[in-house]
Write a protein that binds this ligand. Sequence first.
Ligand code: SF4
Length: 187
Amino acid sequence: MGIEAAIPTDNVLTTQLRRVVNWARRSSMWPMPFATACCGIELMATASSRYDIARFGMERMSFSPRQSDLLIVAGRISVKMLPVLQRIYEQMAEPKWVISMGACASTGGVFDTYATVQGCDQFIPVDVYVPGCPPRPEMLLEGCMAIQRHIDQEGIPPKGGKRVPLGIAVAPTHAVRPQPVGLGLRN
Ligand code: SF4
């Protein structure tokens, strides 16, 4: 009895095809930036030569939702702007992923007002939450890599392509420094 009897050929071919498709998919994610505030500046910095998002095959920022598969929500979302965000999400082709970048996009941040959406995940599915105010470019890259790892492990999406949100929260990559001496609050 040879190995072909133990492992049916169909399965091997399907696995290999799945790997190739996932490799292509994870190596050419095209981001759709939805940058509304200061987090957008960090998003732009991520594309600069210092952080070089092109290393991940993601330098092709697409301002056309139909040609992008990674929505990056960077900044606070006002209630008035929400339908636009939802429309852009719906126009993106499946399979698609969403990163919520920064405290404002994930929770409303310090803007606890009736006009600000208190977390975009209430209205669109979010795969990865990147914490910070603002998150550094390294943190955003961590979030992108979390999605790439997920694609590596995932098979070809089922017909219809709808997926549940991953809900991954990226842990900070650095320890918080102590307050500089002499800058404490006085009683
Ligand atoms: S999380 Fe901070 S840096 Fe990002 S949009 Fe909100 S206030 Fe600006």
